[in-house]
Design a binder for this molecule. Structure first.
Ligand SMILES: [Zn+2]
Length: 298
């Protein structure tokens, strides 16, 4: 069966697709700097390709266009778009409600953009939705939620994002453009790479493995939810990931966390934290004046 693309459907075709099986697939991206070697659309390109893989294997449902604009908490690097967090939870609650109104009973949202804020908002909105309707189910995660056991906790323009991009879009990746032997903090500050050095660690085979494992686990989870009609399966998956993150951050043994973050020395934690705090305080004045204008328009 070919997947139904929302953008191409006429109303009668959408109705038929929902009647056949009421599942909506929604990828989320951003317009964000992903270092020198990856395209600015990386988050959405990656989320769409991974989710499409799942949707095609599942063989049913309606595939929605990827949301590229409206990235919240994007990194302060050139050519990057950002909107305030305000309104984001409403956006997802309303989206879920409207999809329910159309007849969808399963909504799968995959975010390729990873700030903690968006992950929390997705979990809040999907849990709210499932509490409200006991005949509807929604999953809202970044792909690494199903891949922590292979050491994938989500990075930025580093090993894992590059692996996945090398698998799906080798022609859009240029590892040669990256300098050699950059220290961790140099990669963070100058290149916007947060995680393991892609120049050393990335390859398409790793990306393929991660994508296949993700697809398999996502399909298993959806099948189980459909069969057992139980939202606990989704909530337990959210909780299981939080537990894995807690286990990773062991103050007595920082080596596993340092490995995931691509840090070479303990002082890299401090250097990165300092950079993020100083950087975030920059540009505050500009934001304030924009917020004031927004309020005037409201
Ligand atoms: Zn990204």
């Amino acid at each position: 069966m070919t997947l139904n693309e929302y953008l191409n459907l006429k109303p009668s075709e959408l109705k038929q697709a929902i009647n056949e099986f009421p599942i909506a697939w929604i990828p989320l991206g951003s317009l964000e700097w992903h270092s020198l070697h990856l395209p600015l659309g990386t988050d959405g390109l990656k989320a769409e390709a991974m989710l499409r893989n799942c949707a095609e294997k599942f063989g049913k449902g309606v595939f929605f266009p990827c949301r590229y604009w409206s990235g919240i908490d994007t990194m302060k690097f050139p050519y990057t778009h950002e909107v305030p967090k305000r309104g984001e939870i409403k956006f997802f609650k309303r989206t879920l409600e409207q999809l329910y109104g159309m007849g969808f009973r399963y909504v799968i949202i995959l975010t390729g953009h990873y700030p903690t804020s968006i992950v929390k908002i997705l979990q809040k909105a999907t849990q709210w939705f499932m509490k409200k309707h006991n005949d509807a189910f929604a999953i809202g995660i970044p792909e690494y939620y199903l891949l922590a056991d292979i050491g994938y906790f989500g990075d930025h323009a580093a090993k894992w994002e590059t692996d996945i991009m090398l698998h799906f879009y080798p022609d859009l990746v240029d590892l040669d453009i990256l300098p050699d032997n950059y220290e961790h903090i140099q990669r963070v500050k100058e290149l916007g790479i947060m995680g393991k050095d892609p120049k050393i660690y990335s390859n398409a085979k790793n990306g393929e493995k991660a994508v296949n494992l993700f697809t398999q686990r996502m399909i298993e989870l959806i099948n189980e939810v459909v069969e057992r009609q139980n939202s606990k399966l989704i909530i337990n998956m959210y909780e299981a990931h939080k537990k894995k993150v807690k286990e990773l951050i062991d103050l007595k043994n920082l080596d596993p966390a340092m490995d995931v973050l691509g840090m070479e020395e303990k002082k890299d934690f401090l250097k990165q934290a300092k950079w993020m705090i100083v950087d975030r305080s920059k540009g505050k004045f500009e934001e304030k004046s924009i917020n004031k204008e927004e309020e005037e328009v409201d």
